[in-house]
Design a binder for this molecule. Structure first.
Ligand code: ATP
Ligand code: MG
Ligand code: MG
Length: 548
């Protein structure tokens, strides 16, 4: 699998290699460990790793861990797991926090060059002084401190002599720049907080715009790929590289982030869904996280193929969720065992089938992949069918079971409905049928035809299974409207049913994937399945109008 699609960043890489600007390219994937990775990150991961792989370069995984208040080792571990699960191997694993000493020295260099100063304005004052797009900023009264004073103050900041928020280190660039990011951006802030990697060693932490270019430079990253929100930060990125006089000169390139219909994709919002108990965890199958998609039953192949297909461009776009679903169907079509499962059982007694008799009928495992062979499924006098496959008073064109009608049982016989049994409240609780032994599947019977084929499981050997069916967590229209996303939660995003599966599923393992006849693709849930009960997540239903 080295399917590469052309894109503008790849073209730049090709040019840079042909011109000799670079001998080898180095990319990086730089997540902040403040949440779990989502499908948007998969786009960035696929791009960075596949670019390097195609041109025999390297890709680093670098944790952008410069904000101790939001970061956690749980996230570090989950990110490593997810990148590997997606099928990528990093060449080097780094933490931005490993470079704190280097960054500190570069900050001192800037101060010595008169390019940075310690500011005592509060964060609100800094915001006010910054001005707006229509109004130039105002210089801080502390902007012209001497190099000596700045050095002393910055060192005292690092020693812990000041409170959080009382001072910052700022770049001295241009308070009248039309680019707000160039109006003396903050480079360092004080935070008396324990860091997951450096513990209590530091109480000043570099800002993203300072740490990121320096991290890239240290690692020799040649093409630093990020999303379009950072386009306006590029002049600052280049300023940091130039003024810090780094040996390597990385370049930043931006592409449009992935947006998916019915999906929120910021870690902040995803964390809110977890914290407020709207989902059961970061890996809830309704989450667009890599771990949620994995638990739902997505495969790495499907996600990678999706990421390649959506491509890399510079214009905003909204991708239909159905496109992601297309790729999991496409991947599982040939791989998944096709079995029968009942989501809402209705008992059927076949009155002319001998009591106590049981036979085992052959059933192909995947008609699109004959190599998967066949299995034997039990059949007897009592079976279960789907409640919706029977109607007492059917509308026209209902070809399933109703009184007097005959249908085919998949892999078995024709049955005809003769009698309906109801409880005291009038609910249908059982139906009685007769079967025709002549019509056995595979015998080539052509005596008469039926219009409907329905699925079933034999009653005495059927295994109970919980079926978890999902709908989008976020209602449509969400992203257009200004409503808060928590007001757009779909109250019916999860339906839990107690169903039945074939006894052939007895040795199904966690994460095994099946196509249940007529219901779609299902994954054995790794969290709720116990040794007594299988739990399935529906990955996707069978049909879609979506065409690539
Ligand atoms: P979020 O806003 O979801 O928290 P982030 O950009 O803050 O995302 P990071 O951990 O900083 O999260 O992201 C790591 C990398 O993944 C960055 O290079 C970022 O540009 C990229 N990335 C994040 N979201 C998307 C997306 N939706 N599409 C493509 N790339 C993304
Ligand atoms: Mg970020
Ligand atoms: Mg973020």
């Amino acid at each position: 699998d080295n399917n590469t699609s052309s894109n503008f960043i790849r073209n730049i890489v090709i040019e840079d290699l042909e011109s000799g600007k670079h001998k080898e390219i180095i990319t990086r994937f730089p997540p902040e460990p403040n949440g779990y990775l989502h499908i948007g990150h998969a786009k960035s991961i696929t791009l960075n790793f596949e670019l390097a792989r195609e041109f025999k370069g390297k890709t680093n995984l670098r944790f952008d861990d410069t904000n101790p208040l939001k970061e956690d080792v749980e996230y570090v571990e989950s990110i490593k797991e997810d990148v590997q699960w997606l099928g990528f191997k990093w060449d080097n694993l780094h933490f931005a926090s490993d470079y704190f000493e280097y960054m500190y020295e570069k900050a001192i260099l800037l101060i010595q060059k008169g390019k940075a100063y310690v500011d005592d304005l509060s964060s609100e004052e800094i915001r006010e002084y910054r001005g707006s797009l229509t109004q130039p900023g105002k210089e801080s009264p502390y902007r012209n401190r001497s190099v000596k004073e700045n050095l002393e103050l910055f060192e005292a900041m690092a020693k812990g002599e000041y409170q959080d928020g009382s001072k910052v280190l700022r770049a001295k660039i241009d308070m009248t720049s039309p680019n707000m990011n160039m109006r003396d951006p903050v480079l360092y802030r004080i935070a008396h907080a324990s860091h997951h990697n450096t513990g209590d060693k530091w109480c000043i932490y570099p800002m993203y715009d300072f740490a990121h270019p320096l991290g890239d430079a240290i690692e020799g990253v040649t093409h630093s790929v990020c999303t379009l929100e950072f386009e306006d930060h590029r002049p600052l990125y280049n300023w940091v590289i130039e003024e810090c006089e780094t040996e390597n000169v990385p370049r930043q390139y931006e592409f449009a982030r992935l947006n998916l219909t019915n999906t929120v994709m910021s870690k902040r919002k995803l964390k809110q869904l977890v914290d407020e108990g709207i989902v059961d965890s970061w890996d809830d199958p309704r989450m667009p996280t890599i771990s949620g998609l994995r638990r739902k039953g997505y495969t790495p192949e499907a996600i990678r193929n999706f990421c390649r297909e959506i491509g890399v461009a510079r214009n905003y776009s909204m991708v239909d969720m159905q496109m992601l679903e297309h790729f999991i169907r496409d991947d599982l079509k040939q791989k998944a065992l096709r079995t029968m499962a009942i989501l809402k059982p209705l008992k059927v007694v076949i009155t002319n089938y001998p009591e106590g008799q049981i036979e085992y009928l052959p059933a192909e495992n995947n008609p699109e992949n004959p190599e998967m062979g066949e299995r034997r499924i039990p059949f007897s006098r009592e079976i279960y069918i789907e409640q919706e496959d029977f109607m007492e008073n059917p509308p026209k064109k209902y070809f399933r079971l109703f009184p007097g009608n005959e249908v085919r049982l998949k892999h078995a016989y024709f049955i005809q409905c003769n009698e309906v049994i109801k409880d005291d409240e009038g609910n249908v609780v059982e139906i009685r049928c007769t079967y025709d032994p002549e019509t056995k599947s595979g015998t080539g019977f052509t005596g008469r035809k039926v219009k409907g084929t329905i699925h079933w499981v034999e009653a005495s050997q059927a295994m109970p299974a919980e079926m978890r069916l999902y709908e989008p967590l976020i209602l449509d229209e969400d992203q257009k409207e200004e409503r808060h996303f928590l007001e757009n939660i779909n109250p019916n995003s999860l339906e839990v049913l107690q169903g039945l599966v074939e006894p052939t599923m007895a040795d199904a393992k966690l994460h095994d994937k099946f196509q249940f006849f007529r219901h779609g693709y299902f994954n054995v849930d790794p969290k709720y399945t116990t040794k007594d009960k299988l739990v399935f997540n529906r990955i996707v239903s069978l049909k879609s109008s979506f065409k690539l």
